[in-house]
Design a protein around this ligand. Structure first.
Ligand SMILES: O=C(O)CCC(=O)C(=O)O
Ligand SMILES: [Fe+2]
Length: 365
């Protein structure tokens, strides 16, 4: 069985994976969950939804959601904005280069990041922007002016991403509009996650007032030089990895290419499903649930080298300054907490430090 080497907050970890060809996922592996009732206050319906989400979170850790309330219009607008950004000449994309960022915002050129230690550099380009309270629909102007110091230190939004893209008509509005809808949806979803963990509906509310809310536009350019050849570990769109925070909401275009490692360590394809978002659990939520919920390895090998692929993940986590322990409902006399308390901010930082350390070692080699 081949071994892949994944990044983790504590350094590289090896994992055996099946060498079977990826196959399409079965419906029970990545279920389709209708979350239309999120906007109703009916507790019985919310509990029924929580049961479905719990089953998915404890099994593959990936599911589709439909009737999620993120409008088709705002999705189309951000997809179009992504195209207009990435199709610019390199000199214009350079204006937004993340080299000038303190927090990994802005444009990341292709072939600079290696998500998976044992795969090639990632072929994708990205454009990232992070939580900024001035765009949070739950905040008043006064809230934005009176942010406590311990919170403001952790805010990762940066103005240069909007200044360096101001020449692209409607770009910022498209990005922020979509981000706001994902933020509202995530705050509702995390309430249902509280129910899945036998906690009160509002248990996590105070932890998501200034949350991790990072949006990335991903662009996997067509590769004419590789026409007809499948992507592989030596030519990865985005190498195998786990996401870091609590939840990811992923929009993918109609091209296809997302693959997920199921519980038998076989790669399964999670195809695009119109008007859905893919939700997956991140490492921080897995840790807080004492590993009950699974942060599952995934990668992107676009299906067709002759066409571009776009996707937009939205990564949602708890306020970066709040230190959280394993949840009381996830431990028992026979299952003590496996992990020490840590904040979502520190947790992400650990992985980022590892990535720069691994890259430095690799560059020195
Ligand atoms: O492009 C995709 O479909 C997935 C992207 C992803 O996994 C990520 O950005 O973390
Ligand atoms: Fe991911």
């Amino acid at each position: 069985m081949p071994i892949i080497t994944l990044r983790s907050s504590y350094g590289p970890v090896e994992k055996y994976v099946s060498d079977k060809e990826p196959r399409e996922c079965a419906l029970e592996e990545v279920p389709i969950i209708d979350v239309g009732c999120l906007r109703t206050a009916d507790m019985a319906e919310l509990r029924a939804l929580a049961d479905k989400i719990k089953a998915a979170a404890t099994q593959t850790g990936f599911f589709y959601i439909v009737n999620h309330g993120v409008s088709r219009e705002s999705t189309e607008r951000i997809a179009d904005a992504a195209k207009r950004f990435f199709k610019q000449p390199v000199e214009l994309k350079e204006k937004a280069n993340r080299r000038q960022s303190r927090y990994f915002n802005g444009w990341q050129p292709p072939l600079v990041q290696r998500a998976c230690v044992s795969e090639s550099l990632d072929h994708k380009e990205g454009f990232s922007f992070r939580y900024d309270p001035q765009f949070d629909p739950a905040k008043t102007d006064k809230d934005v002016q009176d942010i406590p110091d311990e919170i403001s230190r952790e805010i990762r939004g940066e103005q240069f991403v909007w200044d360096s893209t101001a020449h692209i008509a409607g770009f910022k509005d498209a990005c922020i509009g979509y981000w706001q809808q994902c933020l509202e949806l995530s705050r509702r979803l995390i309430q249902v996650f509280a129910l899945t963990l036998d906690l009160p509906l509002t248990y996590f509310d105070k932890l998501v007032t200034y949350p991790g809310a990072d949006c990335v536009l991903n662009y996997y350019p067509a590769q004419p030089a590789h026409a007809g050849q499948p992507y592989n570990a030596r030519n990865a769109g985005l190498g195998a990895h786990t996401d870091l925070q609590c939840l990811t909401l992923l929009w993918q275009d109609a091209t296809g290419g997302l693959q997920v490692l199921n519980k038998d360590n076989e790669w399964v394809i999670v195809p695009p499903l119109k008007d859905s978002l893919v939700v997956n659990i991140g490492d921080y939520l897995m840790r807080l649930t004492n590993d009950r919920f699974k942060s599952t390895v995934h990668r992107v090998y676009p299906v067709d080298t002759s066409c571009d692929r776009y996707s937009v993940p939205f990564f949602f986590g708890f306020n970066f300054n709040e230190t959280c322990a394993v949840l009381p409902s996830c431990t028992s006399a026979t299952e003590p907490a496996k992990y020490a308390p840590i904040s979502c901010g520190e947790w992400c930082q650990l992985r980022f430090k590892q990535e720069s350390f691994d890259d430095a070692v690799e560059n020195a080699a």
